[in-house]
Ligand binder design. Structure first.
Ligand SMILES: C[S@@+](CC[C@H](N)C(=O)[O-])C[C@H]1O[C@@H](n2cnc3c(N)ncnc32)[C@H](O)[C@@H]1O
Length: 368
């Protein structure tokens, strides 16, 4: 087991952009960390940024994920390849980074960026869903069943900046485009989903995935408008929520539809146990979440190895978990990163290490 060169240890919290600042709740050696606490100090937060996407908490993620510089690492959300590039820089010549993305544009962009590593056999891009990580690895003779368990798995959830910025993808309320929102380009579009659901079911989606309190009124306005474009959807939402919080409401409604169109929470609930399954003992799982629906699930699973409230216990009542905490509190971006990349403001990085091969009991996400 070798740590990547010149990387601060994860258990020595450091503020990314104010190394001399006091550190609330983070005693040295405690493994506890807070805003910008781990490993980003001194590193340009935008070092791996491209016009496609700026990876969030790149240095902190690599520092906390890499424990063996010759291992197999899975970047389950390849995007523009920023985190993969950072990982490849920290890894040795015999390591392999497998990048997964459901978006063919992301796969093509990352392959171009990481062509040299791909030619050297250090990088492999696979199009598919991260919930199918076991199958994707297995079909390429990788993973535990082929004697090559993963040493690290990363999930940097949500959408990339490119997906949001490309008007034709229909993710943004600030641009006019078809009401699409499909990451993979396949399946039901957001316009089709809105047309298929009745007002009550649409309100449930907006409430559950957008945590929007005025969901019923907004759903009725959307059904009346029958939007085919992002602008038409935004106008319908505005007509039902004439408040100063308009931008927040729009963000919540668009987020809700995006989550529903892409089955994002189902993917996450399937991916976390799948990631646990492909990791070898001592391997680590890192999850970067951007809203509470994702972070709540990541937090619970990375603590207990289950989504159930009934965490299995040993004879003495101690919780039986397959994980050992690497981050006890979520790592968040430092001020410098937030200033340069506002998207990083809501990011929460959690990392845990697989300590034991305890089977995960059946999931009950409804318990959350
Ligand atoms: C936040 S971006 C990742 C950016 C990436 N870390 C980088 O440095 O460029 C999330 C990416 O994950 C992909 N994605 C989201 N859900 C996915 C899923 N269930 N399976 C595979 N890819 C997914 C999206 O298409 C998007 O490209």
């Amino acid at each position: 087991m070798t740590a990547p060169p010149s990387m601060p240890r994860p258990d020595r919290p450091r503020r990314a952009d104010r190394a001399d600042a006091p550190h609330p709740g983070a005693g040295a050696g405690s493994g506890v960390s807070d805003r910008g606490a781990q490993g980003g100090g001194g590193v340009d937060p935008l070092r791996y940024a491209t016009a496609y996407h700026a990876p969030v908490l790149a240095a902190e993620t690599v520092h906390s994920l890499v424990t063996d510089t010759a291992g197999l690492y899975v970047d389950g959300t390849l995007g523009g390849g920023g985190h993969s590039a950072a990982l490849l820089d920290a890894l040795g010549p015999n390591a392999l980074v497998v990048g997964i993305d459901r978006d063919p544009e992301a796969i093509a962009t990352a392959r171009e960026r990481l062509a040299e590593a791909e030619r050297a056999g250090r990088f492999l891009a696979l199009q598919g869903e991260f919930a199918d990580v076991d199958g994707l690895l297995g079909r390429n003779d990788l993973g535990p069943r082929h004697g090559r368990p993963a040493q690290g798995v990363l999930l940097d959830l949500g959408v990339s900046s490119h997906q949001i910025d490309a008007d034709a993808r229909g993710f943004a309320f600030s641009a006019d485009g078809p009401l699409d929102m499909r990451m993979s380009g396949r399946g039901e579009t957001a316009a089709e989903l809105v047309a298929r659901l009745d007002a009550d079911d649409l309100a449930d989606v907006i409430y559950a995935y957008g945590e929007e309190r005025r969901s019923r009124r907004i759903a009725r306005a959307i059904k009346e408008a029958r939007p085919e474009t992002t602008t038409a959807l935004a106008d319908a939402v505005r007509s039902a929520s004439p408040t100063r919080d308009e931008t927040k409401t729009l963000a919540r409604v668009f987020q809700a539809l995006r989550i529903a169109v892409n089955g994002e929470l189902d993917q996450l609930e399937a991916a976390l146990p799948a990631a646990l399954g492909v990791l070898g003992r001592g391997g680590r799982l890192a999850v970067i979440a951007y809203h509470s629906l994702e972070d709540r699930r990541a937090k619970q699973f990375l603590r207990t190895g289950t989504f159930s409230r009934d965490v299995p216990k040993d004879l003495y009542g101690n919780p039986l978990t397959p994980w050992k905490a690497v981050t006890r509190k979520p790592v968040t971006a430092g001020e410098a990163e937030v200033e340069q990349n506002p998207r990083s403001r809501s990011a929460r990085l959690r990392v845990a290490e697989k300590a034991a091969d305890i089977g995960s009991p059946p999931m009950q996400p409804s318990d959350l």
